[in-house]
Ligand binder design. Sequence first.
Ligand SMILES: Nc1nc2c(ncn2[C@@H]2O[C@H](COP(=O)(O)OP(=O)(O)OP(=O)(O)O)[C@@H](O)[C@H]2O)c(=O)[nH]1
Ligand SMILES: [Mg+2]
Length: 253
Amino acid sequence: MSRKKTVKGKGSSKSPTSSPNNSKDTGKSGRGIGAAAPSNGVVYPSRPSLSNSGEFYDIAFKVMLVGDSGVGKTCLLVRFKDGAFLAGSFISTVGIDFRNKVLNIDAVKVKLQIWDTAGQERFRSVTHAYYRDAHALLLLYDVTNKASFDNIKAWLTEIHEYAQQDVVLMLLGNKADATHERVVKREEGEKLAKEFGVPFMETSAKSGLNVELAFTAVARELKHRSLKEPDEPKFQLEDYVNKEMKSAGCCRT
Ligand SMILES: Nc1nc2c(ncn2[C@@H]2O[C@H](COP(=O)(O)OP(=O)(O)OP(=O)(O)O)[C@@H](O)[C@H]2O)c(=O)[nH]1
Ligand SMILES: [Mg+2]
């Protein structure tokens, strides 16, 4: 399998048509990942490329973080990418940013180009334009904010309108560490997820709970879909998530 390299640095954009190539792996402006990408955004192993950072990868996918402003999308991404928590004053995302991370899934290097969208209503038209290129969506609510949970149905409607039909979707109840401020029970999240047939877990960008698992599960599903042998059984994302959470006693950092 040929290997590509990731791009490192800032890359952002206000337009989804701005090429993610030639830019760095973090960023605030719409130019994103390194290798030449076909229109659906998947970078296949048969098309090697090098970028300016240094990490090889075999296949790349775009993942989008969506949900109300303040639910913790940026913090979740920073936790996943850097293993740190952005405490202190809340700086709302403007437009859209992205960061890259390469995961090793069963000896395949899977690069996730993760788009961090602004939850504020005024940026909605910007984010709409990115949905169609997303291979996976992580939809977040905040367990300490009932309105963010109530808005999940509206987010799902929006996703059905703008995203690809086969997009990988996962519902995340973030800020699970905030036990005293919690207003949405885990069972409510589970029930809603069941109703819409999407995998669900609670996360905490602060403690790291399930952060790695959420992104790894999505990467596994995308890799499996993309490189699956004809006679290989389908990867069951929901089963995988439930099994992994059980084996970690539900609380994994
Ligand atoms: N306790 C706790 N606080 C969190 C967690 N994640 C984020 N926060 C806090 O919630 C606030 C908002 O976090 P952000 O990640 O900036 O929220 P966002 O979803 O990116 O917001 P927008 O960019 O406006 O869409 C910040 O003050 C964070 O410190 C978490 O897991 N636990
Ligand atoms: Mg943000």
